[in-house]
Design a protein around this ligand. Structure first.
Ligand code: NAD
Length: 505
């Protein structure tokens, strides 16, 4: 029998219904190698943004739970059960973990979609494979990263060695729950650290499941702990903890500021912030293919419901090609109407929760009130589903001082600004507090290079958007943060450099 989209949709729904009927979704924390309830027994309700259904109760981690998790991590680090294992052994365990993630692809994808609202096809084709590839890639690196010997006089031998920092706290957001966790866990565990992970309260479920699979792969008890809970409770307790040596944070710029304060108020732990963005997609009049540019900006922005830190949420377009680029972007709008995330045909799912829906609608209202021209969308969708959906939305004639030109909306809202020349384009592109990513579209290599150099962003794409890979760093400048996830550079965050100077007789 052919597997029609309709039949596949039914299968995903049936599986979800069975999980809920049997109470199979486990919301307990993972501490010291076991599933545990919060110390005081408190939980919070985890509802699906798809239809508002209650998925499960999740352990509401607090200071006491963080203390237990950090203590378990510290014990596991100090006795060397992971850090001092032979690199080839650690490599094999992480590889096995990546294999298990791939083997549990359907389960993890369904959990991610139910919890976070993204289309099942992307949980399957993007989130699970990217998380598995990240873990496998850092596993491979473990026995290939060499230390250094300094160029000293003949009577000395100076070794410069990487050492794990110890206990790493990782605090991650809800938009790509597995991928964001993997970007922290891969390099931190590869270098021999022990970790306490605090997933977002809005999408905590896959993090605990990943930890269970890590244990199954052979990761020793206590090396990875996951404490779900609210930011101001579990998150703050972890960031303030005096026995956490480094903090890898991904989230908003507002909370990133607090991370630096927490470090200052506690033990000066090293802090790496990966924060928000308002990325500019700059199309010049010498663009080779305006239609491809317009299509690309819309597809990249609407992907993940616009809930991507690097979403190209500002289209800066030269007046001469504006009509062609905007028409091509608008042609994507009907294809991206929100639909049932459990249908394999759906490309735009639900926003993560009611609060995010209100925030996105507030930005749309501000765009209208401040005089931008609404070209498409602008309304809530599928309200009768019980979930949180917004139409793909496009504003033209946006002015640089409008809220929709400056603030990260984190929803499917594109702001279009027009420019007359290169200098104006660069000034507009750099004219926000953020500096995560940007994109330049021009058929002339010298212009593409010149503008790429002038743009204040961690990554600049040229004639494409987001075709990147685990091999290159990901992070921002200005108020988009200071850390770099992915690539071998991420190892620096989770290692200390130790110099050993030996006198040679
Ligand atoms: P958020 O800052 O609200 O929360 C992120 C995490 O911090 C969550 O786990 C939350 O519980 C925790 N937290 C919140 N308040 C805290 C506090 N006072 N103390 C300690 N922890 C606290 O962000 P979000 O809404 O979950 O995620 C969206 C943001 O993340 C966007 O700004 C997006 O751009 C950013 N992001 C950045 C990247 C990147 O790589 N630069 C990637 C993904 C998302």
């Amino acid at each position: 029998m052919t597997d029609t989209p309709h039949r596949q949709t039914r299968l995903w729904h049936d599986r979800a219904d069975a999980w809920l009927a049997e109470g199979r979704i486990d919301g307990r924390a993972w501490i010291g190698g076991a599933r545990v309830a919060a110390a005081d027994g408190q939980t919070f309700a985890c509802h699906s943004p798809i239809d508002g259904r209650l998925l499960t109760q999740v352990a509401r981690g607090q200071r006491e739970d963080i203390d237990r998790a950090v203590a378990a991590a510290r014990r596991s680090f100090d006795d060397g059960r992971w850090a001092r294992k032979a690199p080839a052994v650690r490599k094999r365990i992480l590889q096995r973990w990546a294999e298990l993630i791939t083997q549990h692809k359907d389960e993890l994808a369904l959990l991610e979609t139910l919890d976070m609202g993204k289309p099942i096809q992307y949980s399957l084709s993007v989130d699970v494979p990217a998380a598995a590839r990240c873990i496998a890639w850092y596993a491979e690196a473990i026995d290939k990263v060499y230390d250094e010997i300094a160029p000293t006089p003949a009577n000395a031998l100076a070794l410069i060695q990487r050492e794990p920092v110890g206990v790493v706290g990782a605090i991650v957001p809800w938009n790509y729950p597995m991928i964001m966790a993997a970007w922290k866990l891969g390099p931190a565990l590869a270098m021999g650290n022990s970790v306490v992970l605090k997933p977002s309260e809005k999408s905590p479920l896959t993090a605990m499941r990943l930890a269970e699979l890590a244990a199954k792969a052979g990761l020793p008890e206590g090396v990875l702990n996951v404490v779900p809970g609210y930011g101001h409770e579990a998150g703050e307790a972890l960031a303030l903890h005096p026995d956490v040596d480094a903090l890898g944070f991904t989230g908003s710029t507002r909370v990133g500021r607090k991370m630096l304060e927490y470090a200052g108020r506690s033990n000066l732990k090293r802090v790496f912030n990966e924060l928000g963005g308002k990325s500019a997609f700059v199309v010049f009049d010498d663009v080779d293919d305006p239609v491809r540019a317009g299509r690309t900006v819309a597809q990249a922005l609407f992907f993940n419901q616009g809930e991507s830190c690097n979403a190209p949420s500002r289209l800066l377009v030269h007046e001469a090609v504006a009509d062609a680029v905007i028409d091509a972007a608008l042609a994507e709008v009907p294809k991206h109407q929100p639909a049932d995330p459990l249908s394999p045909a759906t490309v735009m799912g639900a926003l993560v929760d009611e609060g995010q829906l209100r925030s996105v609608m507030g930005h749309i209202d501000s765009g209208i009130q401040q005089g931008a021209r609404l070209l498409a969308g602008g309304r809530q969708a599928r309200a009768d589903s019980g979930g949180h959906y917004v139409e793909p939305t496009v504003f033209d004639h946006v002015q640089p001082d409008m809220r929709i030109a400056q603030e990260e909306i984190f929803g499917p809202v594109l702001s279009i600004l027009r420019f007359k020349d290169e200098a104006e384009a660069i000034a507009l592109a750099n004219g926000t507090d953020y500096g995560l990513q940007a994109s330049v579209w021009s058929r002339h290599l010298d212009r593409a290079h010149r503008v790429a150099r002038a743009l204040k962003a961690g990554t600049v794409h040229v004639n494409q958007y987001d075709e990147d890979d685990i091999t290159v760093p990901f992070g921002g400048v200005k108020q988009s943060g200071n850390g770099r996830d992915k690539s071998l550079h991420a190892l620096d965050k989770y290692t200390e450099l130790k110099t050993t100077w030996i006198r040679v007789g």
